[in-house]
Design a protein around this ligand. Sequence first.
Ligand SMILES: Nc1nc2c(c(=O)[nH]1)N[C@H]1C(S)=C(S)[C@@H](COP(=O)(O)O)O[C@H]1N2
Ligand SMILES: [Mo]
Length: 355
Amino acid sequence: MSGQEYKSIPIRSWEITPEHVYRSRRQFLRLMGVVGAGTLLAACGVQTGQPKQAASPTGVSPDPSATVVPELHTVGTPTATAVATPTPVASATPAGSAAGFEELRTELTSYEAITSYNNYYEFTTNKERVARLAEGFKTSPWEVEVGGLVHRPKTFGLEDILGKFTQEERIYRMRCVEGWSMVIPWGGVPLSRLLEQVEPMSTAKFVRFETVYAPEQMPGLKSRSYSWPYQEGLRMDEAMHELTILATGLYGEELLPQNGAPVRLVVPWKYGFKSIKSIVKIELVDYQPETLWSTAAPNEYGFYSNVNPNVPHPRWSQSTERRIGETDRIPTLMFNGYAEEVAHLYEGMDLTRDY
Ligand SMILES: Nc1nc2c(c(=O)[nH]1)N[C@H]1C(S)=C(S)[C@@H](COP(=O)(O)O)O[C@H]1N2
Ligand SMILES: [Mo]
């Protein structure tokens, strides 16, 4: 025994795919121009009709879930099952090759759409009303308490998270369990950097996350259908994975309240609801934590909730999705296209049972 510990350093896909990086960055910059222009217009108080660039999710064949107030992630069955035949172009995205960046044909979802079509049930179950209701939500001062089975519990102020760690840009697909998706340029820090600082004990097997409970600011908390506060969980290896980030920014701007400001989780190979917003508590534990969705409907939402086109939701198919801003449906990829990076985490597991 040498006493030396060898740690395998995962190859970062975004370092070995310079072309993708370049293309993504170019799209990013192009869209930043769009964002800039939009902001300027608003600041001038100019009343125009429809914003020209906005790929508003409301404009194009809205998801049934957008017009219905869903109790539990409701998707109108007729539309969800009447799936458009995917074009060959759409299926040209080989599973596992996306490597954390977009295939060439894919555009970033517009800033307008990302910030105006949101799931944030603490405010409302109506996606188009979240932004308005979350306006003015108090995100400062903000603290994230990190404790449990760790050697050095620590409470991070938001300024610690922003100041201590290099914020990286990560362009990820986000696939909501309801059957729609976006491509989002996040800014943030790998969760592992934060967890390394508190020195997890070897007995820590899972990580539990909790959203702020602020009933005076969050009207949706009045709903008795859910067990507030919103909570989520990851297995330790999922939490330490390089793709798992704490996001603090969007399109190079500060995160807005509707997107989970000031700090939210992003786990791109899992359904969107795992990416818990406005986090105030992170706890390392030795048991599989309860989650809001698995508590509300255990037969519909499992702990893992990896994106899987082969495992239908009990009420609709998961084999395709609609990119917000586009009209037709495209195939959903195993692990949301991140199989190359994460499939090994689930070796030996039956993903139809441990969904
Ligand atoms: N606290 C909290 N986190 C949450 C949710 C929520 O209702 N409350 N909704 C989840 C769902 S269902 C999705 S699809 C994503 C949406 O993130 P976005 O609005 O930033 O696109 O946030 C997830 N995180
Ligand atoms: Mo979602």
